[in-house]
Design a protein around this ligand. Sequence first.
Ligand SMILES: CC(C)(COP(=O)(O)OP(=O)(O)OC[C@H]1O[C@@H](n2cnc3c(N)ncnc32)[C@H](O)[C@@H]1OP(=O)(O)O)[C@@H](O)C(=O)NCCC(=O)NCCS
Length: 176
Amino acid sequence: MRTLMTADLTGAERSGIRRLLDLSFDGDFGDEDWDHALGGVHFLIAEDGVPVAHASVVQRRFLFEGRSWRCGYVEAVAVHPDRQRRGLGVAVMAAAERVIDGGYQLGALSTSDAGRALYVARGWTPWPGTTAVLAPSGVTRTEEDDDATFVREVPGGAPLHRAGTLICDWRDGDVW
Ligand SMILES: CC(C)(COP(=O)(O)OP(=O)(O)OC[C@H]1O[C@@H](n2cnc3c(N)ncnc32)[C@H](O)[C@@H]1OP(=O)(O)O)[C@@H](O)C(=O)NCCC(=O)NCCS
């Protein structure tokens, strides 16, 4: 398991991770999804130089209860189809959670159907409130993302047990 900033990835590692994501998400991982996974910290497991498990944490700003909070957002969690159910997903998530707990005021992610069991098993909580985005036109509800949004409360951080509306910052592509 290696922890690397995006700037530390070699060109081969970047393209290897992108290939892993295309494979694990069965072609349903686009350029904007890839863009969302860059600029923070990567957790990478490789076999013979080939990435087989990956997750990244990027910083976002979330509005909640009238304050802006520093959020560690988990992106691009994937394990090679031939290596699943062996604990690699747990390994990259444990590393991501350490970074979130030590450096951010909350953790958040948007789960796929395949990822839901993993996050629940690790104590992530489905967001019980509503979600929205701070779009260029103003705060806009994102109803379709309510069910997939998971959060992780960090001691001394955002009081997520109070629920309410969680508002993410704007970006191209899927905002959650
Ligand atoms: C989700 C994913 C990363 C899990 O990786 P993994 O290496 O298989 O996960 P692990 O082996 O570490 O599983 C850890 C635990 O999570 C739970 N879990 C993981 N996948 C599960 C599943 N499909 N059904 C039920 N429980 C599951 C179990 O508690 C499991 O422990 P167990 O195997 O002892 O029962 C992997 O399935 C994947 O890459 N899927 C495609 C891409 C994707 O959807 N990524 C998530 C984006 S949000």
